[in-house]
Ligand binder design. Structure first.
Ligand code: R5P
Length: 288
């Protein structure tokens, strides 16, 4: 059985159909003081799957805590979390003394609740296996990068795929291989939430169409800065493709203002830019 919350029902219906699973809804009530009450179906099968994408994650982590414990009380013996976007993966070390290493903490939290976690392009930088972040045997990271590369092939033939930082190399390389593109990566130094410096690769960009490709766009600062510099260096046009389009606040407007033409995202987080479906990947992983 696939369990889903109201605000993800449309995606849940498609996933349930593709994976041939019965779908049931988790009802959510918010008390005046902000606390949550969840109500699950009263009888769950031994193998139960919960769908929750973790954009704007803080409250959703409490939902997972309540839902997972309740699911086990109601009969679930093997519990899978399908989180198309997995939050808190970027803080993978303490960059300054005293900082919480969120990746490790949230990973251990999820490992304590679920037997299997399936996600798409988690931000793994200094580790290459999701099991190092979520210490369970079945921590499964799928990638939208090949699907993004295939999607771009018919739209941007001949373009250069550019990662805005070195961390993006894993996704850019895979997308380029799938779509038959040249690729490169810039270097990024982050000075603050909305303050980054980008060093473009030493390439002749004059007249070149460039697709900026990254695992996620949050404030859009990284991509907007890279786009401005690319156009300043003579690029003919700049488009953007990301797996996770978080696009907080005015991120999309910032990209447009920076001269970006098209913006495409995979549908791990619901957004008007969604153009690449990850659902088949998730359904296939569930079937396996
Ligand atoms: C971090 O390295 C990620 O890959 C993204 O580049 C980053 O999260 C984008 O954040 P923003 O859109 O706020 O610049």
């Amino acid at each position: 059985m696939l369990l889903a919350f109201d605000d993800e029902l449309e995606r849940a219906e498609r996933l349930a159909a593709a994976a041939a699973l019965p779908l049931a809804r988790i009802a959510r009530h918010r008390f005046p003081d902000g606390e949550l009450k969840l109500t699950l179906p009263v009888q769950l099968p031994p193998r139960t799957v919960l769908l929750r994408t973790l954009a704007q994650p803080n409250e959703k982590l409490v939902e997972l805590l309540l839902a997972a414990h309740t699911a086990r009380e109601l009969g679930a013996q093997h519990l899978t979390l399908v989180a198309p976007y997995l939050a808190y993966m970027r803080q993978d070390v303490a960059f300054a003394p005293g900082e919480a290493v969120s990746q490790r903490i949230v990973g251990a939290f999820l490992a304590g609740l679920f037997d299997r976690v399936i996600t798409v392009d988690p931000h793994l930088h200094r580790i290459d296996d999701l099991r190092a972040a979520i210490p369970i045997a079945e921590a499964i990271a799928l990638s939208a990068a090949p699907a993004i590369g295939a999607f771009l092939r018919s739209r941007c033939a001949g373009a250069l795929l550019l990662g805005p930082d070195q961390e993006a190399e894993q996704w850019v390389r895979a997308a380029a291989a799938a779509g038959g593109f040249d690729w490169a990566c810039a270097r990024k130094t982050r000075h603050g939430d909305r303050d980054v410096a980008i060093e473009l690769p030493a390439l002749n960009l004059r007249g070149r169409a460039v697709v900026l490709l990254d695992d996620m766009a949050s404030t859009g600062t990284t991509l907007a800065r890279a786009a401005r510099q690319l156009l300043g260096a003579g690029a003919a046009r700049v488009d953007v493709a990301v797996t996770h389009g978080l696009f907080v606040g005015d991120a999309l407007a910032a990209l447009r203002a920076a001269g970006v033409s098209q913006v495409w995202s995979a549908d791990t987080v619901a957004h008007p830019t969604n153009a690449i479906a990850v659902l088949p990947l998730l359904a296939q992983a569930l079937a396996q």
